[in-house]
Design a protein around this ligand. Structure first.
Ligand SMILES: [Zn+2]
Ligand SMILES: [Zn+2]
Ligand SMILES: [Zn+2]
Ligand SMILES: [Zn+2]
Length: 196
């Protein structure tokens, strides 16, 4: 299943446009001014930050937590820890309940990862991508996002969320450019888009 597909949006009918615009909890739209990208996601599908935070002992004490207790690096496909203490399975007790609530029980773990990752903007993997209007991804340095780029002002990638293109993408995800900055929790959730 593909959740972000580059395709031709020029033949979107008025009916389809109304459906897409009326379902903001499952579709994000990039408009310019017509719809040029449709991103499928799920508003409530979230990773529990408390569960992932080392300073909290990687625990969540909220017994009514609705968020997935899953390793955030696993979701990103980046967990290299062979004996990771955090869950890598949506089938365990807590996550199964969350999955049932979100009606995601019939989806594979890989698809749930994609749905969760689509809640946040992605970073463009093409350095020097200049097809601004035709790219649904942020043009920004991924290391700057997590606060570890050592190149500073000499980095060949952008070190700001405040370009016209990036603000356009952020706003489509209901994120203000004022709410995201280098190393912030939100910036740390961004992943690099895979060219599929
Ligand atoms: Zn939790
Ligand atoms: Zn892990
Ligand atoms: Zn791009
Ligand atoms: Zn950089």
């Amino acid at each position: 299943m593909h959740f972000v597909q580059k395709g031709d949006c020029s033949d979107i009918t008025d009916d389809l446009e109304n459906i897409l615009k009326g379902n903001g909890k499952v579709f994000r739209l990039l408009e310019d001014p017509n719809i040029c990208f449709v991103i499928a996601y799920l508003y409530d599908a979230e990773i529990c930050d408390n569960y992932n935070q080392a300073s909290l002992g990687r625990r969540c004490k909220d017994t009514s937590c609705w968020k997935f207790h899953i390793c955030s690096l696993y979701v990103k496909g980046m967990c290299k820890e062979p004996h990771c203490k955090l869950s890598h399975a949506y089938g365990d007790e807590h996550n199964k309940t969350v999955k049932d609530r979100l009606r995601l029980s019939s989806y594979s773990d890989i698809d749930i990862n994609k749905i969760i990752l689509n809640c946040y903007p992605k970073i463009c993997s093409t350095a020097g991508c200049d097809t601004e209007a035709n790219c649904p991804f942020l043009h920004i340095c991924s290391k700057f996002c997590v606060g570890i780029c050592q190149y500073g002002s000499t980095c060949r990638l952008k070190h700001t969320f405040r370009t016209e293109h990036n603000v356009w993408i952020l706003n489509a995800y209901n994120i203000s450019e004022n709410d995201i900055s280098t190393g912030s929790p939100l910036a740390r959730k961004l992943t690099i888009a895979k060219n599929t």
